[in-house]
Structure formats: C-alpha cells, structure tokens
Design a protein around this ligand. Sequence first.
Ligand code: ATP
Length: 318
Amino acid sequence: MKKVGILTSGGDAPGMNAALRAVVRAGLANGLEMFVIYDGYKGLIEGNIKQVDRTFVSDIINRGGTIIRSARLPEFADVEVRKAGIEQLKKFGIEALVCIGGDGTYQGAKALSDMGINCIGLPGTIDNDIASTDYTIGFDTALNTITNAVGMLRDTSSSHQRCSVVEVMGRYCGDLALYGGIASGSDIIVTSDHPLVRDEIIEKIIKMRKEGKQHIIVIITEKLCDVHELARDIERRTNIECRAEILGRIQRGGSPTARDRVLAGRMGVRAIELLLEGKGGRCVGLRGSDLVDYDINEALKMPKRNNEQLIKVARTIS
Ligand code: ATP
C-alpha cells in the first residue's frame, strides 16, 4: 500500500481538521502518498480528489468544520454508486481510505472494504452517538459550547427570575444534554435515557420556585418534544415566565478543544498504523484512556453505552 485517501462525511464536527492533519502527517511520516477527497462520498464518486503534502494541513489544527468539506450521499448505499467511487480511486492508484464521520460514514467504509478498498473509520460527530467509543471527536468542543451558552442564559434568567428551556443537539443520544446539564449546573435534565414526564418537570419547577430559586434551567435533548410548546405550558401552569432557546448549529462550530485535538491526533495516527498492518473495515475508538479498534459491523451492533452512573450524578446534584 502506497497511496491513501481521506474524507470527512456526515455532519461536520470540530476536530475533523485536527484528525485530517494527523492522518496526513502520519501517512507522510510512513512514506505514504496522501490524497484528500472533498465532499465525502459525493466527492469520491465525482473524482474530487487531490494529492497533498504536509503544508496542506498547516494551520488547521485550531479550525472548526472541515477544510475538505462534508456531504451526505444516501445513494452511496447502492453498490453501483460505490463501484463508481472505486473506479475513481483506481484512477489515482489509491488503495486505502480513512473515513471520518458517524455511523452512516462507517457503513460506507465497511461497504467499500468489502469491495477490496481497506477503510478505517474514525468517529467524528458532536453527538457522541457511536457505541464503539467512549468519546467521539467533536463532542468535547460542543459540550464546552453548550456549557458556556447555558452560563450566559443563566445570567439573564436570573436577572428576570425566568425559567429557560434549552434544547441541545444529540439526535437520539442524550450525552450532550446529560454532560452539558451537569457541567452547566442545569436544574432539570431531560434526555431519552433520563426521561421526565411533563407533570414531573412542572412539579419540580414549582417546588424550586417555592424554595426561592431565582432562575431555573431545563436542558433537553432535541427531538423529544416541541420546546416552545413546553415553555408555554410551563409558563401557563407555573406562572413563571419561561423561554425556550434552541442552541442549534452553533454547537457544531468553533475551535476544537485541546481534548478533541489530542483525541483526533491519537486516532489519526492509529488509523494509519492499522492500514499499514493491512487491516480494513475497522473503526477506532477510545475505551477508558486506551485506543481500541473493532470490526465496523461489530461496532455498529454494539449496545449504547450505559450512562447510569452519570444519570445518578445528575439526579443527585441538579
Ligand atoms: P452524523 O452522525 O454526523 O450524521 P453520519 O456519518 O452518521 O454522521 P450519515 O448522513 O448517516 O452521517 O452518513 C454519511 C454518509 O455515509 C451518507 O451520506 C452516505 O454517503 C454514507 N452512508 C450512509 N449509510 C450508508 C450505507 N448503508 N452504505 C453505504 N454508505 C452509507
């Protein structure tokens, strides 16, 4: 193996650039020729591919987003579409790929590996919704963004003795709300694995106000309910002014934290090591403080991490 490509796919995440930098530099350090593929699997089938040297990845470690851009191409699940991608790789002589993204990206990487292109998946998503790793690249940055944003809301909620309902990202994974709720000292945390029914939320808010609490912050994972409607209901039933805030895509942006950069660096180097060992169809994860790697099919079937300990912490101190 002499030529390796790299792409970022699915939703972008801070730290993808740091991972790109690590993969490119680790590849070059091992005598490989490195290629970037723009726009994820879409750029792959279009042949939007470019050979790069180490300066291509200079000055990007601190940048959010992904300089090689990302895209979604649902048609990549079709074997004929993937064949077009493989033809493009053949034109450039690229024999292996590093694919940075979420579960969908992993599925694309596994499918390509089964067709003879060794691919390694790296977990790049703010949602932390990949079961085969304790932490994904981008999660820590988004978590810090949420913690800071809730801190700012707390100031104004407190001045107006208001209740704020803050919706954070995560899709179907509650980690951003759970960790963000604990880190920001939110009063009520609602996620799919730490659910609260409407009546319980209202009762808690009334109790807190009776105990003299000036501001009340409710943090909630997206897709669980209409937060504007929830805020109106809280206001109607408690007589406390309540506003819903949807943090939205600002959670995706910003300079990656040191933790995300280090994770990206470690995982990028491991991806190249695995390819040099002749491995493909695998993904890299973090377990405790150690890097691990799994067969992608096995990884995609893993049950969700158990957050019981953290949920207990949230229940005790929020
Ligand atoms: P995020 O978690 O941020 O959404 P993701 O990688 O899960 O990231 P998806 O949009 O699900 O995002 O997947 C990214 C891309 O991976 C898809 O647009 C598609 O090109 C490819 N992909 C997804 N599922 C498959 C599949 N079953 N087979 C082949 N390729 C796939």
